[in-house]
Design a protein. Structure first.
Length: 280
């Protein structure tokens, strides 16, 4: 079972889950979620890796330094400070959704810290924010975030609906009430809600465009696993990443999978990770 911990960094007190021994695998979640996304990887890959999954700035139980930058680039730098605080030199880096974009920024800025790199459906290049997520950002910018989160927590079917997070899952009905509580409830803490609003307001493709040239020089062995039925990140972005990152060793397309397949299709994904880590 994973252990919940926290560590102080210049960016704040970072909450994280940890399980296993061996070389470190660092898992980076995306917007609206937290380290709970990676529970199946933590549980089933901890025999070969020391699995560590932090909560991003403005998410989960992480406490941001008051007034600190919470943008995606700031989150990438936070990961460097997080690893420094834990005395970790290199990691097998894994990212999903906006966490995949953050992982790209981290890898581009700190390539010496990346032993291997795995990207799943995520923001890339000028597809940040993706078109399908813009209505949510507009709602938040108009001041509706607190009410929307409360509505999804009061009636979990709203979270699972096509107008909310339903499109992120192949089978949204299987996402439990407890999972939804775990993801959303922490975001309503007063200070974190303000930080989360700032996190959303900072979504801009300038962050990934700024590191594109360095991404083209990334030599770390790279695995790309992508769901083919993703309204946020169509599969052409997997192909773009594969052609852009020279270290790409393997690209896998999971037919019919959607963005949060690390939860829904964890057995398939874990098989890919295990095989990739054992050969790179």
């Amino acid at each position: 079972m994973s252990i919940r911990k926290q560590v102080k960094t210049p960016a704040g007190t970072i909450a994280y889950a940890e399980q296993g021994d061996g070389p470190v695998a660092l898992f980076v979640h995306g917007v609206l979620l937290n380290n709970h996304l990676w529970r199946h990887q933590m549980a089933h890959l901890s025999d070969i890796r020391r699995c560590i999954a932090p909560d991003l700035l403005a998410h989960g139980a992480t406490e941001v330094t008051p007034g600190g930058d919470v943008s995606v680039t700031a989150n990438a730098h936070m990961l460097k400070g997080f690893l420094d605080a834990l005395g970790i030199d290199q990691v097998d880096l894994v990212g999903n959704d906006s966490g995949g974009g953050i992982a790209q920024i981290f890898a581009a800025n700190y390539p010496e810290r990346v032993r291997s790199f795995t990207l799943t459906d995520c923001d890339a290049q000028d597809n940040w924010p993706p078109e399908a997520f813009k209505p949510f950002l507009a709602m938040a910018a108009a001041g509706g975030l607190k009410d929307t989160l409360n509505a999804m927590l009061s009636d979990k079917s709203i979270y699972r609906s096509q107008g909310a997070l339903g499109p992120a899952y192949e089978e949204p009905a299987k996402i439990t009430d407890a999972d939804i509580e775990t993801y959303l409830r922490p975001l309503l803490e007063a200070t974190r809600l303000k930080d989360f609003e700032r996190f959303l307001a900072a979504f801009d493709n300038k962050h990934t465009l700024a590191i594109e040239a360095r991404l083209k020089q990334l030599k770390a062995p790279t695995l790309i696993v992508w769901g083919t039925d993703d309204v946020y990140f169509p599969v052409e972005w997997a192909r773009w990443l594969a052609s852009t990152i020279p270290g790409t060793k393997r690209k896998v397309e999971l037919t019919g999978a959607r963005i949060f397949f690390p939860e829904e299709r964890w057995q398939e994904f874990n098989r890919e990770l295990r095989a990739f880590w054992q050969t790179n």
